[in-house]
Write a protein that binds this ligand. Structure first.
Ligand code: GLN
Length: 487
């Protein structure tokens, strides 16, 4: 049961092999039994999940079921859920119960899926290890003799899917937060083209970069999730009016003759030779299916991290100014005056990394520095985008590493935040360019999973899902599970 695909679960539900109540209870029991080990959930609402499952069973009985009816899933705690606490991993929102659903969560509700609960994350989606959550760190189910990070910021979703505490989960990716944890936890995660998935009701970090996307055990399940998530939304002014293709239908296409580019700047001497070897093996698998590889150049990608770590904090400083202790969120005790209310509420409500980003961002946006920092970073961003546009003149898909290493030990990155920022080296430029990217398991190093990344042209999610699916048809890295998970 735990390894069944969404399609198989759906068939099982509709044929009566098991009910949604049984399936949902099975996952809730696993969460109760095992999640004290991983801490991947912040909030689980058993009563509401069981009520949704019952309603789904009633629809199935009436013959009104569709693919997602009765399928359990988990949502990253960045998506607002009507009546269900949404914390964004922060003390600031510890008791926040949204009065409305994000478009993404509403879409899954509409499709009949059952929400098991909300997954842990780095506070306000800032981080690459999930060590920044007010609700405690998440432990990677692949941990060996040392406790390892699941990656971040969607680390709770990635750990939950890897540990089979949910069949699939939603995530968000501003600078790698779906793909990097997918790589560390041995699952498949896709960041869509900017504007493909509505940001309405998704708590904002850096609005010009944020995108919600699927986290699953296979490209096929990710495609089925994206089908529910994607589409124009009048409630999000940056949502794009473009038809959503049938992602599942494109999965089985042949990749014969498909042109795949290997960016010279990513396959350099800095790349760990073991990752290099894993990617070479993956290239051979795709070559055997007729894909044609060539080198491409993205000369400005080395500027990705500095540009991102100006732009994202700048946007975060503006977005997070709404948390002022007045309208909602944490409020300090007995403020003396308005300044005291603002200062203490924000100092108490936000953790260290969030405060660091707000300070950097406010500085980068302040009069006299705007042109030198924020303006300059935006120019660099355009150069990076142009690099990708040029590369996509010659190739259909770009293949690269997702992460510079496998999962690292909890606490091992020390006190220097820049060490953590360097984690995002291969993922961040996709966000700056607004392109879609997927990470899928490509191999293991010392028993720990590692992903490869496929970047597609704008709105070409179907193509990267197709390549990922073809790779998964020919390999079994995506079916590997952490030890002891089925006990
Ligand atoms: N690690 C990056 C950061 O801390 C990316 C986070 C994300 O994609 N939400 O900003």
């Amino acid at each position: 049961m735990l390894d069944k695909s969404i399609k198989e679960l759906s068939e099982g539900l509709q044929s009566g092999a098991f009910s949604s109540v049984e399936l949902t209870q099975r996952y809730l029991d696993r969460i109760t039994r095992l999640d004290s080990r991983y801490n991947s959930f912040v909030t689980v609402d058993e009563a509401s999940a069981m009520a949704q499952a019952k309603a789904a069973d009633a629809r199935i009985a009436k013959g009104e079921a569709t693919l997602w009816t009765g399928i359990p899933l988990a949502h990253k705690d960045v998506f607002c859920t009507d009546g269900l606490r949404t914390t964004c991993g922060s003390r600031m929102l510890e008791n926040f119960v949204p009065p409305y659903d994000a478009t993404v969560t509403a879409n899954f509700k509409q499709a009949g899926a059952v929400c098991l609960g909300k997954t842990n994350m780095d506070e306000f989606a800032m981080g690459s290890s999930n060590e920044n959550s007010y609700f405690g760190k998440v432990i990677n189910p692949w941990s060996d003799e040392i406790e390892r990070v699941p990656g971040g910021s969607s680390g709770g979703s990635a750990a939950a899917v890897a540990a089979r505490l949910a069949p699939v989960a939603t995530g968000t990716d501003t600078g790698g937060s779906i793909r990097q944890p997918a790589s560390f936890c041995g699952i498949t995660g896709l960041k869509p083209t900017y504007g493909r998935v509505s940001r309405y009701g998704m708590i904002a970090y850096a609005s010009s970069l944020d995108q919600g996307g699927p986290m699953a055990r296979s490209a096929e399940d990710a495609a089925l999730m994206l089908q529910v998530m994607a589409g124009h939304d009048p409630k999000d002014s940056t949502s794009i009016k473009q038809d959503v293709p049938d992602y599942a239908a494109a999965l089985e296409q042949s990749i014969k003759g498909l042109r795949i580019g290997l960016p010279r700047e990513f396959f350099n001497a800095q790349l760990d030779s073991r990752i290099q070897n894993i990617l070479q093996d993956a290239i051979k698998v795709l070559e055997a299916q007729g894909a044609i590889f060539s080198e491409v150049s993205l000369p400005n990608v080395e500027l990705g991290i500095p540009a991102y770590y100006v732009i994202a904090p700048a946007e975060c400083s503006a977005n997070l100014s709404r948390f002022d202790g007045v309208r909602y969120g944490h409020r300090c005790e007995a403020p003396e005056d308005l300044m005291d209310l603002y200062m203490r509420s924000r100092s108490e409500g936000f953790g260290d990394e969030v405060q660091r980003r707000i300070l950097i961002g406010t500085y980068a946006l302040s009069a006299g520095y705007y042109d030198a920092y924020y303006g300059k970073a935006q120019q660099v961003r355009r150069l990076i985008k142009n690099d990708y546009v040029n590369a996509f003149g010659n190739v259909d898909v770009i293949l690269s590493p997702t992460t510079p290493s496998t999962t690292f030990g909890i606490g091992s990155k020390g006190e220097d935040p820049v060490q953590m920022y360097l984690e995002d080296i291969y993922t961040i430029t996709t966000n700056l360019a607004g392109l879609p990217g997927i990470s899928l398991p490509a191999g293991q190093i010392d028993g720990l999973p590692i992903g490869m990344q496929l970047t597609g042209n704008y709105f070409d999610e179907a193509r990267i899902l197709n390549v990922a699916h073809q790779f998964q048809n020919a390999t079994d890295w995506h079916t590997q599970a952490p030890h002891g998970i089925h006990d």
